[in-house]
Design a protein around this ligand. Structure first.
Ligand SMILES: [Zn+2]
Length: 298
C-alpha cells in the first residue's frame, strides 16, 4: 500500500517551498489511493512552539490538504527511538564521541553536508554518554539509490560525511535516526521532500539496512529560491503564502509543471483536477527553482 507523509519542523509558518512539498506529496498519495500522514518534527523543544504547530495545521486546512489518521509527533516517540538505538548498539557499530563543536570545526574538512568527521573517537571506547554524542561508524561501500526526480544518486558516506551522529550531546535523537524509525513505524512507502535532504538520504538508507527495514521510494523536489536566496522560515519568507488558497494551489501547480485547471475554478475543483491530472514525471529534474520569473508572470 502507498503511504506518504509530510513532515514539517514547527519552527515557523510553512513557506512556499514547504507548501509545494506538501501539495506534491498529497497529490501523489491521493492519485495512488494511498494514505497521507502529517508528522511534526518536534524533537528539538527549543525550536518547537505550539503556536507554530497550530499555524501549520491552519495553513494545511486552508489549502484543503487533509491528512489521514492522527497527527504524529516525534516528541512522543522517544521510547521507540531508545529501543532502536539499543538495537544499533548491539551491532557494535555505535560509539561515544566527546569531540566539541569547536574541535570538529578546527580539524575537519568540509564535505557535501557539513564537516566530514574524522572518526577521532571511534576506538576511544568512551563509556560516559552524558554530554557526549553517539555516532555510528560507516564503511567505504557507496550507497546508491534511484531518486524519483534527481536520478541515480551515489554517495560514499565514509569519504563525504564520516561517522555520523545518531544521538546528540544534548540527548536529543538525531534527525537521521528518528526519521528512519518513524518511517518504519508508519510503514511509509513513498517520501517526497526537498532536495536539501538529498545528501542525507544515504545515511538514512545505511541505518535502514542495518536495522533490516524496508526500502523506501524517494523523490527530492527542487528547493525554491527568490532573488538568489533560498526560501526559509527563519528568514521570514512569506512570498505568496498570504494570498488566497486557490492562488497558492495554481502557483504551485505551475512550479511543478502540471496541467493547469481553469483559473476561475473553485478550490475544490482545482484540487480534484490536480489529483486526476497529477503526473510526477512532468516535474523538471533540477535541484533549484528560481521563483522570480514565476512571480512576474503570475
Ligand atoms: Zn569525537
Amino acid at each position: 500500500m502507498y503511504i506518504g507523509r509530510f513532515a514539517p519542523t514547527p519552527s515557523g509558518r510553512l513557506h512556499l517551498g514547504s507548501i509545494m512539498i506538501a501539495i506534491a506529496s498529497f497529490l501523489d498519495a491521493r492519485l495512488n489511493n494511498g494514505l497521507w500522514h502529517l508528522k511534526i518534527d518536534d524533537l528539538d523543544s527549543f525550536r518547537t512552539k505550539q503556536k507554530h504547530i497550530d499555524q501549520i495545521k491552519a495553513q494545511l486546512n486552508e489549502l484543503n490538504l487533509s491528512w489521514d489518521n492522527e497527527i504524529i509527533y516525534q516528541s512522543r516517540r522517544v521510547e521507540r527511538y531508545e529501543y532502536f538505538l539499543n538495537q544499533l548498539k548491539k551491532t557494535k557499530k555505535t560509539y561515544i564521541c566527546s569531540c566539541s563543536r569547536k574541535k570538529i570545526l578546527e580539524e575537519s574538512e568540509s564535505g557535501v553536508d557539513g564537516f566530514i568527521y574524522s572518526g577521532f573517537c571511534r576506538d576511544m571506547n568512551y563509556k560516559n554518554e552524558e554530554n557526549n554524542s553517539i555516532r555510528i561508524s560507516v564503511n567505504d561501500e557507496p550507497i546508491i539509490f534511484k531518486d524519483g526526480l534527481q536520478g541515480e544518486y551515489k554517495q560514499n558516506i565514509n569519504n563525504e560525511i564520516g561517522d555520523f551522529v545518531i544521538k546528540r550531546s544534548d540527548n536529543i535523537f538525531s534527525y537521521q535516526l528518528a526519521v528512519v524509525i518513524d518511517d518504519h513505524i508508519d510503514k511509509t512507502s513513498h517520501i517526497i521532500r526537498g532536495s536539501d535532504l538529498l545528501e542525507s538520504t544515504p545515511r538514512q538508507i545505511y541505518i535502514q539496512r542495518i536495522l533490516g527495514f524496508k526500502n523506501i521510494n524517494y523523490t527530492h523536489l527542487p528547493t525554491l529560491s527568490y532573488r538568489g536566496r533560498k526560501l526559509s522560515k527563519s528568514n521570514g519568507d512569506n512570498y505568496l503564502i498570504e494570498t488566497q488558497p486557490k492562488n497558492i494551489w495554481l502557483f504551485v501547480l505551475k512550479l511543478l509543471n502540471q496541467t493547469l485547471p481553469a483559473r476561475n475554478s473553485s478550490l475544490e475543483s482545482i484540487i480534484e483536477f490536480a489529483i486526476k491530472n497529477w503526473d510526477i514525471k512532468r516535474i523538471k529534474q533540477r535541484r533549484f527553482i528560481e521563483i522570480d520569473d514565476y512571480i512576474r508572470t503570475s
